[in-house]
Write a protein that binds this ligand. Structure first.
Ligand code: ADP
Length: 493
C-alpha cells in the first residue's frame, strides 16, 4: 500500500459555504473525491460573514484564537473556525480563517450593493495567504502538499520560499497551484507590494511584477512547485497565445514542463437525470423517451408550444464576454428561421440582456429568456432541452456541457479548452457526442446548429448521439487519481 498523503486545499470559495462560480464546485468536489481515495485532505478558506455559524455549526478551534498576522505595518488578529463537508464515506474538515475587518462583509470579492470590487482585496488576500501558513503552524499539522487555487491564494508559494524559507516546518512541503481562469489575475498597484511583507528584491519582471503591477497570479506561476489547469487544451492555449494567456503566456511557456491540464469532473449525484428532484420526470439511458415529458413541461412553463419535431436549444450562463453570447446575438434570428426554440437562463450584463430582450419581443414563440440565477430552472433546462449551446470565446473547463451529455442533451460548443476535450464531434462517426466549431465566428456557429438540426431530424442518429453522451464518465474519481499521481510526482526526492 502506498503512503497516505496529507494535503491542504486552499480556496477563496467552497460550495456550500461561498460560491461565485465553478471554483466553488471544484473546491468541494475534488477534496471529497481525494478523501474517498483514502488520503487526508483538509480545506482552508476565509470566513465571510454570510457563512452562517448556526447552519454550518462552525466552532472555534479554541487554541488558535487570535493569531497575529502582519499586513503592512499593522498586525491583525486571525482566528480559526472549523466545520465539515460530507462525502460518500467520510467528512472533509474545513478551516475558516476569520477576521472581522477583512471578511466581515456580505460579498466575496465585491460589494453586492454596487457590484464593485472591494478596494482592499490586496490586503484581504495578503492576510489570507499569511494567515493560512500561520494557522498550519499553530495546528501543528504538516501537510505534504499545499494545493492553492486562483490568484486569491497566489502568495502562499512565494511566502514559503521567502518569508518562511528557513522555517523547518515548511521545508518539505510542496506547492501545487491550479489556474481556473487566466482572466482573473489579482493585479494591484506597486504600493500593494509593501503590504505583503515580501522582500523588495523580488519586485521585478522575473518575480512578482507584471506590466508595472503586483500580480498575484503571476506570483503563483513564478513560485509554485507545479502548476495545473482544468483541461489539457486550455493548458496548451494559455501558453500559445496572448488572447488565452492574458499577458502571462511567456511565463507559462517558460514553465511548460511544470504545467499540466487535469480535467474537472462533475457532481454526478446532484446532476443525475435518474434521481433529479427538480425535473418533471426522471429518466436514464434506457428510458430517454421520458425526456420528451421534460421538454413539454419546460415549454409549458413559459407558454411555448410543444412540437416533438421542433428542437429546443437550451443555454445557462453568466453573460460575460468569455461565454460568447455576442455570436448568439448575431445569428439567433437565423436559428429561429430554422424553427428551433431557444430557452436561456442567464445572469449578468444588463446591456446584453437588453439586446436579447429585443429579439424575444420580435420572436416570442421561439425565444424565452430568464435573467437571474436559478438552480432549479438550470436542472429543468438540462432535462427539457434537445441541444445545449456553449459558444465560448475561451473555456478553461466548463461544466454545463458535461451536465448536458449526462442528461442526453446534445452540446453545440466552440472547440476551445475543456469544451474541446470533453465533446466528440458528430463527424467522428459512431462515437460522436455533440457538435463543435473552430473559429470564433457567427457563421461557423450557425453551421454547427444547422448540422445539429439535420441530425435531430434523423431519430436513430440523434438517439445514438444522446446515448453516447449519457455513457460518458465525468465523475471526479478519474481526476482525483490524476491529482494524487501528480502530488506523488512532486514529492519524489
Ligand atoms: P463559470 O464558472 O465560468 O461560470 P462553468 O461552466 O465552469 O462556468 O460553471 C458554471 C456553473 O454555474 C454551472 O454549474 C452552471 O449551471 C451554473 N450557472 C451559471 N449561470 C447560471 C444561472 N444563471 N442560473 C443557475 N446556474 C447557473
Amino acid at each position: 500500500m502506498s503512503k497516505q498523503l496529507n494535503i491542504l486545499f486552499v480556496s477563496s470559495e467552497v460550495e456550500p459555504f461561498a460560491k461565485t462560480g465553478g471554483l466553488a464546485d471544484v473546491s468541494s468536489a475534488l477534496p471529497k473525491a481525494i478523501k474517498d481515495l483514502g488520503h487526508e485532505i483538509r480545506i482552508m478558506m476565509p470566513r465571510y460573514r454570510f457563512i452562517s455559524e448556526r447552519r454550518f455549526r462552525l466552532h472555534d478551534i479554541i487554541r488558535l484564537k487570535d493569531i497575529p498576522i502582519p499586513v503592512g505595518d499593522a498586525v491583525h488578529a486571525g482566528n480559526v473556525k472549523s466545520s465539515f463537508i460530507m462525502n460518500l464515506k467520510e467528512k472533509v474538515q474545513v478551516y475558516f480563517l476569520d477576521n472581522e475587518t477583512y471578511f466581515g462583509r456580505d460579498g466575496v470579492y465585491q460589494n453586492p450593493a454596487n457590484k464593485k470590487d472591494y478596494k482592499d482585496n490586496d490586503e484581504r488576500f495578503i492576510f489570507f495567504a499569511r494567515g493560512v501558513l500561520e494557522t498550519l503552524k499553530r495546528l501543528g499539522w504538516q501537510p505534504d502538499v499545499i494545493h492553492c487555487n486562483d490568484w486569491q491564494t497566489g502568495l502562499i508559494p512565494v511566502m514559503m520560499k521567502t518569508i518562511y524559507k528557513d522555517d523547518p516546518f515548511f521545508r518539505n512541503i510542496k506547492t501545487v497551484f491550479t489556474i481556473h481562469n487566466m482572466a482573473y489575475q489579482g493585479a494591484f498597484p506597486p504600493e500593494s507590494f509593501k503590504k505583503s511583507g515580501l522582500p523588495e528584491e523580488i519586485f521585478h519582471h522575473n518575480g512578482v511584477e507584471a506590466y508595472g503591477k503586483f500580480n498575484f497570479l503571476k506570483t503563483a506561476l513564478s513560485y509554485a512547485d507545479t502548476i495545473t489547469t482544468v483541461s489539457e487544451k486550455y493548458a496548451r492555449e494559455i501558453c500559445e497565445s496572448p488572447e488565452y494567456g492574458a499577458g502571462l503566456e511567456g511565463l507559462l511557456m517558460a514553465r511548460k514542463k511544470d504545467l499540466r491540464g487535469l480535467l474537472n469532473g462533475i457532481d454526478i449525484v446532484t446532476w443525475d437525470p435518474a434521481s433529479d428532484n427538480f425535473i418533471f420526470r426522471k429518466y436514464d439511458a434506457k428510458s430517454v423517451e421520458a425526456k420528451s415529458d421534460n421538454k413539454k413541461a419546460l415549454l409549458k412553463r413559459f407558454g411555448m408550444e410543444f412540437d416533438p419535431a421542433r428542437p429546443v436549444i437550451g443555454a445557462i450562463t453568466r453573460l460575460v464576454d468569455q461565454k460568447g453570447f455576442d455570436l448568439v446575438l448575431e445569428v439567433l434570428e437565423d436559428i429561429v428561421k430554422l424553427d428551433a426554440q431557444f430557452v436561456m437562463l442567464a445572469s449578468g450584463d444588463k446591456e446584453t440582456e437588453a439586446k436579447f430582450e429585443r429579439l424575444h419581443k420580435k420572436h416570442p414563440k421561439h425565444i424565452t429568456l430568464v435573467f437571474g440565477f436559478d438552480e432549479e430552472l438550470a436542472h429543468m433546462i438540462e432535462a427539457g432541452s434537445d441541444m445545449f449551446l456553449m459558444p465560448s470565446r475561451y473555456e478553461p473547463c466548463g461544466l454545463n456541457q458535461m451536465y448536458s451529455m449526462r442528461y442526453g442533451t446534445v452540446p453545440i460548443v466552440r472547440a476551445t479548452g475543456g469544451l474541446d476535450d470533453t465533446v466528440v464531434d458528430h463527424h467522428a462517426g459512431g462515437k460522436g457526442t455533440g457538435f463543435k466549431f473552430e473559429h470564433y465566428d457567427g457563421g461557423e456557429l450557425l453551421k454547427a446548429v444547422q448540422r445539429a438540426i439535420a441530425a435531430f431530424q434523423k431519430p436513430d442518429e440523434w438517439k445514438k448521439l444522446m446515448r453516447n453522451g449519457m455513457a460518458q464518465d465525468f465523475s471526479w474519481e478519474h481526476s482525483a487519481k490524476k491529482y494524487i499521481a501528480l502530488y506523488r510526482d512532486i514529492l519524489k526526492p
